[in-house]
Design a protein around this ligand. Structure first.
Ligand SMILES: NC(=O)c1ccc[n+]([C@@H]2O[C@H](COP(=O)([O-])OP(=O)(O)OC[C@H]3O[C@@H](n4cnc5c(N)ncnc54)[C@H](OP(=O)(O)O)[C@@H]3O)[C@@H](O)[C@H]2O)c1
Length: 286
């Protein structure tokens, strides 16, 4: 199996690199070696390496910055995804692309299945939805995996921010009225690998997220509880639960973003179980 991986230095990309089977040939690209917004480069790279599968882990992921950096968010998340889908089609490769729970508005507080109508509340969500639609229309052999609240030992994420802040301040204000499912990028990478290994390729939209629902404040509390098992300084940290209205951010986020992961979990030969948060915290505090 030959894989072309984009965004290989991001959270999901790094976790994929750590886990891809050794007998799979990996061409790992990053924003320097393959800017997915450059259609010409994308087509050249795809024609040169002729991958069986393109995994697109590249994305413009700065949700608040996207509110003003609209052209770039769409260039990467929409046009870049289209470029990969078109290139995949020309050589008959599969495309596995990542999207987000932020394509939904979360107004109805119901668990989100793949057939529900999206309605993004922010530019990032609009750009990701555009990418999904463009890829699915351009290439039949596209699988879109929507995920949520991704964290890992790599890159920039909520767990790392909390661990850093916990050493700097004793009380941390965290939003308590947005509910989601934190997803370890390593578990997502494992699901992508199992999906890629299927001989009968899965197509269309699938949801994959961690199995535990919680607010950001709940998540922060769990992070500090686990961290305190390793480093006593985290025992002092207090989480002050606040409302979204009391937290300034440029982008509006869905209040409720619980993805139903049953479609993908049922397709996989073995479902992917959550890696305990304690394992990732232990890596980060080692
Ligand atoms: N993080 C989350 O909470 C979350 C939630 C739901 C869905 N997702 C989706 O999951 C995917 C992976 O997320 P992640 O957390 O792993 O993101 P990440 O850590 O921000 O990594 C994204 C990677 O994409 C690269 N990239 C940006 N623009 C590019 C371009 N024009 N060409 C090629 N590469 C480019 C970035 O490289 P540079 O750093 O060099 O720019 C970065 O390495 C994304 O599609 C994201 O939308 C993420």
């Amino acid at each position: 199996m030959r894989i072309l991986l984009t965004g290989s230095k991001g959270q999901v990309g790094s976790c994929l690199r750590d886990r891809l089977p050794e007998n799979w040939e990996l061409i790992a690209s990053d924003s320097q070696t393959l800017n997915i917004t450059d259609a010409h480069n994308v087509h050249n790279m795809v024609k040169t390496f002729e991958p069986d599968i393109i995994i697109n882990a590249a994305g413009y992921t700065k949700v608040d910055a996207a509110e003003t950096d609209i052209a770039k968010a769409f260039a990467v998340n929409a046009t870049g995804t289209l470029n990969l889908a078109q290139a995949a089609r020309t050589i008959g490769a599969r495309l596995i692309h990542l999207s987000t729970e932020q394509v939904f508005d979360g107004y109805h507080h119901v668990i989100l299945t793949e057939n529900m109508a999206p309605n993004p509340l922010n530019v990032y969500g609009h750009s990701k939805l555009a990418g999904e639609l463009l890829a699915l229309n351009a290439h039949i052999d596209t699988a879109v995996i929507r995920t949520s609240w991704v964290y890992s030992e790599h890159g920039h994420n909520f767990v790392k921010i909390m661990l850093q802040k916990g050493l700097e301040t004793s009380t941390i204000r965290v939003v308590d009225d947005q509910i989601g499912c934190p997803t370890y990028a390593g578990d997502l990478a494992e699901a992508i690998i199992r999906l890629a290994a299927l001989t009968n390729p899965a197509r269309g939209i699938m949801h994959f997220a961690g199995s535990q629902q919680m607010s950001w404040a709940d998540f922060a509390q769990r992070i500090f509880a686990e961290a305190a098992e390793i480093d006593e300084r985290y025992k002092q940290v207090k989480v002050e639960r606040i409302a979204t209205a009391d937290y300034q951010s440029a982008a509006t986020r869905p209040e409720f973003g619980i993805l139903d992961s049953r479609t993908i979990q049922n397709i996989l030969p073995e479902p992917v179980a959550d890696t305990p948060l304690a394992h990732i915290i232990a890596k980060l505090l080692a």
